[in-house]
Design a protein around this ligand. Structure first.
Ligand code: 13P
Ligand code: SF4
Length: 320
């Protein structure tokens, strides 16, 4: 087994040694607790590098985490990410214990819509299917026909074979997908509080200040930002783009930890770093992952009456 001090090599490009020394005790404790409790840590791409590279067993974007959650054979899953991700892991693993280290790790998109809103949308648009971004509560998923992530939104829209869909709750994701498909996409007015901050003017300034820079944007960014970027995709798609195209200079218009996590693999690539922190993702730390495993908290539960329909919407997405 790798010791905490040898794990430091994985993150030494982005974590100062002095800071690492404050992490070592928790890293060692978490590795030991995972073994003793038959637990795995699933971490989203926006988790800090010491979590992402040193204690996580499975990492990825929302789609990869959902897909890989199905394959987990441990008894306990600790979700290093936000609450909707932990709920999705629980939906797909009803018999397992799913823990989230801080129950307050929410999401502005998940907070932007309720099942009652969906009922009103269905009344206003009879017969139009509801495609729900995974960044929503289980209750909202349960009121939907199918889920999507930023990694498969266009495929999900086109899989339904209908001329018109409702895509909730992210207005910008819906409008960005609408530009790529013949299907009419009706949007809701939710926004990601991290990605809505990027502007087209930011993109122009970056091109002026960093000649030759390749600009990748997350599809939760406003459509004029995506239009001026070189490429848009989910966090996993951005990571794959860097791995395959190897731009000399790149900017990832997304959450701050993303560049750190990708940059450790590419010392030859210059990562220009305007970024915005997600306060919800940042509620997760080594210290509360350790406490989650030590004290079995906070356990994610889902009302069984909601879980059946919510699971159906997620599984329908996974089958696309
Ligand atoms: P993806 O990792 O699926 O691109 O999602 C980004 C995000 O904002 C998750 O909260
Ligand atoms: Fe929600 Fe945006 Fe934070 Fe992702 S980055 S959890 S979409 S607020």
């Amino acid at each position: 087994m790798l010791s905490a001090s040898s794990l430091y090599e994985r993150v030494s490009r982005v974590v100062p040694k002095a800071e690492w020394l404050t992490f070592e005790d928790d890293v060692e404790a978490i590795i030991d607790l995972k073994r003793r409790r038959n637990a795995v840590v699933l971490a989203h791409n926006y988790q800090t590098p010491e979590i992402f590279h040193c204690v996580a067993d499975i990492v990825g974007d929302s789609l990869a985490l959902a897909r890989k959650a199905v394959e987990v054979d441990a008894e306990v899953i600790v979700l290093a990410g936000v609450h909707f991700m932990a709920e999705t892991a629980k939906l797909l693993n009803p018999a397992k214990t799913v823990l989230i280290p801080d129950m307050r790790a929410g999401c502005s998109l998940a907070d932007s819509i309720t099942p009652d809103d969906i009922a009103l949308l269905r009344q206003a648009h009879p017969g139009v299917p509801v495609i729900t971004y995974v960044n929503t509560s289980a209750a909202v998923k349960a009121a939907s026909d199918i889920c999507c992530t930023s990694g498969n939104a266009k495929q999900v829209v086109e899989s339904l074979g209908v001329p018109r869909v409702l895509m909730i709750p992210d207005e910008y994701l819906a409008r960005n997908v609408a530009r790529e498909t013949e299907v009419e996409v009706i949007a809701w007015h939710g926004h990601c509080e991290v990605h809505e901050l990027f502007t087209a003017e930011d993109v122009r300034q970056l091109r002026e200040n960093y000649p030759g820079v390749t600009i990748l944007a997350h599809p939760e960014c406003p459509p004029d930002v995506v239009a001026e970027a070189d490429f848009a995709g989910s966090t996993a798609v951005m990571s794959d783009y860097v791995a395959t195209k190897r731009p000399a200079r790149v900017v990832l218009l997304t959450e701050c930890s993303m560049s750190d996590n990708v940059a450790v693999h590419y010392p030859d690539i210059e990562f220009v770093r305007p970024c915005n922190l997600c306060p919800h993702m940042k509620r997760i730390s080594l210290s509360n992952i350790r406490t989650a495993l030590e004290e079995n908290r906070h356990e994610v539960t889902i009302d069984p009456a909601i879980a059946v329909a919510a699971r159906r919407a997620v599984e329908r997405m996974l089958a696309v």
